[in-house]
Write a protein that binds this ligand. Sequence first.
Ligand SMILES: *Cc1c(COP(=O)(O)O)cnc(C)c1O
Length: 421
Amino acid sequence: MKKPFVTKEQIEEIAKTYPTPFHIYDEKGIRENARALYKAFSWNKGFREYFAVKATPNPFIMKVLQSEGCGFDCSSLTELMLSDDVGAKGHDIMFSSNATPDADFKKAFELGAIINLDDFTHIDVLDKLTGIPETICCRYNPGGEFKTDGSPNVMDTPRDAKYGFTHDQLIEGYRILKEKGAKKFGMHAFLASNTLTNDYYPTLAGILFRTAVEIKEKTGVQLSFINLSGGVGIAYKPDQPQNDIAVIGEKVKEQYEKILVPAGMGDVAVFTELGRFMLAPYGMLIAKAIREKHIYKEYIGLDACAANLMRPAIYGAYHHITVLGKENAPLDHKYDVTGGLCENCDKFAVDRMLPKIDIGDYVAIHDAGAHGFSMGYNYNGKLRSAELLLREDGSVKLIRRAETPEDYFRTFDIFNKDYDL
Ligand SMILES: *Cc1c(COP(=O)(O)O)cnc(C)c1O
């Protein structure tokens, strides 16, 4: 059963200062999970997690992860700026972007970030813009279909993905980068998203480790690090099995010892670039039931909407809902739980069995800590909510204020309400 990390009483108290809706994050959960990840990969000397900033781009959350040893994976100019602002330096930053604008490449170079090239043609682009840095990484797309070893299988089709170098481009790419003066090399691949099997990373590692050996044989380039990127998922539904990061770490180690060590590559560092796994379970969207309606179906209207958490609306994604204070009540009412956007897809849950919801009840929408707030938008003129951090001592810190109408209208400021054409 999914249990919220706050009680109704806590939320009632918090809401006196910070009205709903808001996102709240659990510092204790974030730290414990980050430690479990580092423990799982402690067998690898250079291991490092580069938190995927896009999942939860908040400097306070980033500070928490930074203090647990994490670096940051950025894919845009502003994510780079945010990482710089929290004091990330040089190789604390991994820059994995695609269709990269010149300004973003320049910023990444200026910060001394590890640049992960998305494409063969970017070698030339970067060379002309900034020169090739001493440390450089290439993103690999093996094409074809990807299927995990073991069961249950996870399948994806890298050949349809826009990312990365082909196999032959990769080999040629390292050759050219070496010629151009690069000294340290990395490889990166992201082949499946939100995987719910302990076999995703190990299968991916097997592919990348074998490719690393081939690169060494064919080009003489010895990789310094291999970045398994993101994609380790979480169980959004209460009855799904959770990934076990300790098992995942152990199975990656088996591949490492089987493939890299015998090839004399036992000093390659393993990196990860997780977003969802690091944050999703440790953030909830808290909203209040403000309206009800009884037509062909039963509806509960919240003060939050898809603009605060769009995964259900765009992917039909399941997010568990707990009615706070009714954790043990029978699930004997069937509701569509909606937001107020003028879009029929703005539903946090459809035909969900829940306890009877009364107006004024607070609901916790679970697993919103990653790709939640950050995917928010302003459709219908809805404003982005505040973000709060539940500290380990039980206190609550505001880590982003809610947007105001002034924020929303700011890009019209220059006209001073003079809208005559
Ligand atoms: C989105 C992304 C991640 C993080 O993915 P999760 O599924 O959140 O773990 C990591 N690396 C890159 C390049 C990404 O685009």
